[in-house]
Design a protein around this ligand. Structure first.
Ligand code: ATP
Length: 257
């Protein structure tokens, strides 16, 4: 159990590889025109776990997220979410099924207010009734009280940490079963990262599964249940995150040991 995970809750449960999977990707091959990036990537995210993807710059982590979200077409391979085959499904269909992503670089619509940004996140969900959206908005504001205080402020004028909260809040507005976050800590002060991790712990405790791409390997492995290490478009190692943190190969390659 890590410092972000309180005892006596559902948090921090380490899921064995045999747990029911929420996301399974198999033998993915994808890239950009002639540039091949994913070379047979396979991994499984268990329902209810926080799963980290770590690896060096350019290893293919964001590319993996793009194919899972339907933003980039696969050359071959398959992606299953719960019981549905979502291989090369459209992004809006994937969001409707329950996969929602906070993009890299805590991207927000800078010229829109915080509340407008959050409401946009609900655009793809099937139940768009006023009551449901208001209730989700309240839930997001409960997780991120700073966003409630700044609901009328232009998102472009928020601090980096607040923009990340807004990007995660927007993803939550789709009511995801799997929340994907691309680079949680990038460019943010450690104290802000701590704050975000404790909020993610609460989101996880309410039953959410989280797939986290994170360049800070010690943050990723210290926080997650399981992790996959990606190199050159393939998973080269996976397992219980805390055990990987003690793995000599990981220490040498990623933790400067
Ligand atoms: P980082 O941690 O630096 O974001 P990453 O593991 O997420 O790295 P990707 O963003 O998936 O890596 O990029 C993998 C490779 O694909 C890199 O060599 C990158 O230059 C290339 N790449 C990414 N996006 C494009 C694109 N739109 N067109 C061409 N090549 C791209």
């Amino acid at each position: 159990m890590n410092s972000h995970q309180a005892s006596g809750t559902a948090q921090g449960t380490v899921f064995p590889a045999t747990s029911e999977s929420i996301l399974t990707v198999e033998n993915l091959h994808a890239g950009y025109g002639p540039i091949k990036v994913l070379h047979g990537m396979s991994l499984t995210v268990a329902r209810g776990e926080i799963h980290a993807i770590v690896g060096a710059n350019g290893a293919g982590k964001s590319t993996l997220l793009r194919v899972v979200s339907g933003l980039l077409r696969l050359q071959s391979g398959s992606i299953r979410f719960q019981n549905a085959d979502i291989t090369n499904s459209r992004p809006d269909e994937i969001v409707k099924l329950g996969v929602s992503q906070a993009p890299e670089g805590h991207r927000v619509f800078k010229g829109l207010s915080v509340e407008e940004n959050l409401r946009l996140g609900a655009y793809m969900r099937s139940d768009k009734s006023t009551a449901t959206i208001s209730s989700s908005l309240e839930e997001v504001f409960d997780y991120f009280p700073k966003l409630r205080d700044r609901r009328r402020q232009l998102a472009g004028t928020l601090s980096g940490g607040e923009q990340q909260m807004c990007a995660i809040g927007r993803a939550l507005m789709a009511s995801p079963k799997l929340l994907i976050i691309d680079e949680l800590s990038l460019g943010l002060a450690p104290v802000i990262v701590e704050e975000l991790l404790s909020i993610l712990t609460r989101i996880h405790a309410s039953g959410g599964s989280i797939l986290l791409v994170e360049q800070d390997v010690s943050v990723a492995l210290g926080f997650s249940d399981r992790a996959s290490v990606v190199q050159s478009g393939r998973v080269i190692m996976d397992g219980v995150a805390r055990e990987l943190l003690d793995n000599p190969e990981i220490i040498t390659s990623y933790l400067g040991g």
